[in-house]
Design a protein around this ligand. Sequence first.
Ligand code: NAP
Length: 335
Amino acid sequence: MMELRIGVIGTGGIGRDHIRRLTDVITGAKVTAVTDINKEIADKAAKQYHALSFPTGEDLIESPEVDAVLIASWDPTHAGYVLSCIQAGKYVLCEKPLATTARDCLKIMDAEMSYGKRLVQVGFMRRYDKDYRAMKEVIQSGRIGEPLLVHACHRNRTHITSHSNDMTVTNSGIHEIDILRWLLEEEYASAQVLTGKQNKNAAEGLQDPQILLLKTKNGVQIGIEVNMTSGYGYDIQCEIVGETGTVRLPDPSALLIRSEGKHTHQIFTEWSQRFVDAYDNELQQWVNDVKKATLSGPSAWDGYAACITADALIRSRNSGTSVPVTLQRRPEFYD
Ligand code: NAP
């Protein structure tokens, strides 16, 4: 296969960014088809990138002009499109979350196992960030001993008007849920959410910030601040405390400026600026893997584990207690 022909479902913020990336940055692929429920923006993207514009996601998935599919539409549409891709036998990269319910994640795993081969990858792109990768190498080398504690924080400058309490977990904290599972290489045992004094700049009724507490099966204690109204920037922090040392995610490299009596460096304000290289690496690896017919990125099992954990956190916020995180047995298919 010379160039992988990709169809993109959802031409909103990240969909358009991925189309640009696949066209201008990634080698070995081209976007041949797009669709969006908002036909106007799909047509605009199609015209700009010389792609076909399809009336529905299902039409795009079935098109012979499409070898593989990238889903970047609204969260509740993901599961249906992923299932259609499996039915069509096409590789699919689905932006996070894989589905909004654990039941739909299980349906996806069942469909993929029945198909007999991995077709689904979930867009947990932080696994492709060079600094998180370096952290994992340090943990695996044993230099800081066994991990004991994690302090993490996910701060957005501000939130979209439709942001809900649950989305703090399912849309933002989901990145920490995945990346910490990946760094520590173990599943969670229990989950709890703490809320306290609310930021008056958050929308009325939005519990912000929220503290997500997770405990892994080996007893690693994790505290994640998810703060949707930091007011100053998009700021991601992560520190692992081990038995003999610690390892911390660095701030993204930025120029240090000394002027007017101050020493400053920029803090990004948008998520789209913070992990640019990770998105590039993720898509390039996915294209390479699809061309070799072997996926290596986050699987439907990872999407399911994140979804179950998010569900437990939401139940805890509603009940005010710690709740167990109960996963089904991991099928060998996903080892
Ligand atoms: P967005 O700007 O709202 O774009 C989503 C697009 O999907 C909108 O144009 C929306 O149209 C369209 N859409 C809704 N229902 C559809 C359907 N049934 N079929 C086709 N298109 C449909 O949102 P976004 O920020 O790009 O986010 C899109 C997805 O990417 C979300 O699932 C989000 O969680 C994920 N995401 C991941 C990351 C990451 O770091 N990995 C970052 C950002 C976003 P309407 O606006 O008319 O509804």
